[in-house]
Ligand binder design. Structure first.
Ligand code: A2P
Ligand code: MG
Ligand code: MG
Ligand code: MG
Length: 310
C-alpha cells in the first residue's frame, strides 16, 4: 500500500478491511455452533467469536502499524491460542484510501494514535439470536479525541445482492461518512436504548424524554446506526455499562456526520490510553445538536448527579 497516503487514512482503510474479515469470523463461529460462552461478570458475556475476532483485528493492525496503541475489550485473547494465518488481513479498502486527509491530521505519527476495538458489540444479542444488532467496532483516537471509526455489521442484508452479507460504515472527521445512506431523523421523537442492561435509573431517563416510541435493541454500534439512518432520534443510556471501546468508533462516525455523542451530563469522553475503561456517566447521542440538546435538557439534575456520584 503506497505510504504516500497519510497514516490516518491508511489506518482507516486497513480498519475497514479487517473489520470485514472479523465479521466473517463472527458469522463462521455462529454457523459452526460452538459459541464457547464465558460469563466474565454478571450480564457480561464473551464468546469464541469475541475472542477470535479480536485476535484477528489486533494481529492484523499491529503487524502493519506496530507503534499504535491498540486496546481491545477482551483481555489478552492473544495469550489464548494463535492467530490463523488466513485471519491476517493486510489489505486496505480502496475507496477509503482515496479520501482526503483532514488538515490537522496530516502529520500524525503512530505514537499519537490509540485504537479502541470492540470485536463484537452486542454479545448478549449474538447469543440470543438478535444477529442484526451485532457490530464490530474499531475506533481511532488522536490526542484523546475520536477522529475516525468503523462500524461493521456482519449480518446486514444487502438488498439486491443476496449473497453479499454484511456492510461496513466508516467516518472521518471533517471528511464525512460512507458505507450507508444517511437519512434525516424521524418526525416524532423516537428513543433507542438498551434491551439487555436496563435498571431503574436507565428507565427514569427514558420516561422524562416524552418520546412517541422507545426502541430496545442491543449494541452501542447498532444504536448509532439507527440514528444515522433516521430510525431513531436520540440514544439514551443512563448507565455506566458502556466502555471506551463501545463508543469511540460510534462517536467518531456520528461526529463526522454532524451528530453528537456525550455522557448524560453533556460532557465529552476522552479516549487516551490511560482513561478509565467504563463510561461512568452513560451515553447520550443524536444525529444533530438540536436533538442532543433537547434530550440533555430533559434529564433532571438529580439523575445526572446520581450517575456522576456513583
Ligand atoms: N452492564 C454491562 N455489562 C457489560 N457490557 C455492557 C453493559 N452495559 C453495556 N455494555 C456494553 O455496551 C453495549 C451497549 O449496551 P446495550 O447493548 O445494553 O445497549 C453492549 O452491547 C455491551 O457491549 P458488548 O456486547 O461488546 O460487551
Ligand atoms: Mg462485552
Ligand atoms: Mg460493546
Ligand atoms: Mg464486545
Amino acid at each position: 500500500m503506497s505510504t504516500s497516503v497519510p497514516l490516518i487514512v491508511r489506518l482507516l482503510a486497513s480498519s475497514v478491511s479487517v473489520a470485514g474479515r472479523a465479521g466473517k469470523i463472527v458469522r463462521d463461529v455462529m454457523s459452526k455452533g460452538e459459541l464457547g460462552i464465558v460469563e466474565k461478570a454478571k450480564d457480561d458475556y464473551q464468546t469464541e467469536a469475541d475472542r477470535s475476532a479480536q485476535r484477528c483485528i489486533i494481529a492484523s493492525l499491529s503487524s502493519q502499524y506496530p507503534k499504535i496503541n491498540i486496546i481491545g475489550e477482551e483481555d489478552n485473547p492473544d495469550n489464548e491460542g494463535d492467530v490463523c494465518s488466513d485471519w491476517l488481513t493486510i489489505d486496505a479498502d480502496k475507496e477509503v484510501l482515496c479520501l482526503e486527509c483532514p488538515s490537522e491530521l496530516q502529520g500524525i505519527k503512530e505514537e499519537d494514535i490509540v485504537v479502541w476495538v470492540d470485536p463484537l458489540d452486542g454479545t448478549s444479542e449474538y447469543t440470543q439470536g438478535f444477529l442484526e444488532h451485532v457490530t464490530v467496532l474499531i475506533g481511532i483516537s488522536v490526542n484523546e479525541k475520536p477522529v475516525a471509526g468503523v462500524i461493521h455489521q456482519p449480518y446486514y442484508k444487502n438488498v439486491g445482492s443476496e449473497n453479499k452479507t454484511g456492510r461496513t460504515i466508516w467516518g472521518l472527521q471533517e471528511i464525512g461518512v460512507g458505507g450507508f445512506t444517511p437519512a434525516p431523523p424521524p418526525n416524532s421523537l423516537i428513543i433507542t436504548t438498551t434491551r439487555s442492561h436496563s435498571n431503574p435509573v436507565v428507565e427514569k431517563a427514558l420516561q422524562v424524554m416524552n418520546a412517541s416510541q422507545i426502541l430496545r435493541v442491543g449494541g452501542a454500534g447498532f444504536k448509532v446506526l439507527q440514528l444515522l439512518e433516521g430510525k431513531a432520534s436520540v440514544y439514551v443510556f443512563a448507565s455506566p455499562g458502556c466502555k471506551k471501546w463501545d463508543t469511540c468508533a460510534p462517536e467518531a462516525i456520528l461526529s463526522a456526520a454532524g451528530g453528537k455523542l456525550t455522557d448524560i451530563l453533556g460532557h465529552n469522553y476522552k479516549y487516551g490510553a490511560s482513561e478509565p475503561r467504563p463510561n461512568k456517566t452513560g451515553v447520550l447521542a443524536a444525529v444533530n445538536a438540536d436533538l442532543h440538546n433537547y434530550a440533555l435538557n430533559r434529564i433532571p439534575q438529580e439523575l445526572k448527579e446520581k450517575l456522576a456520584n456513583k
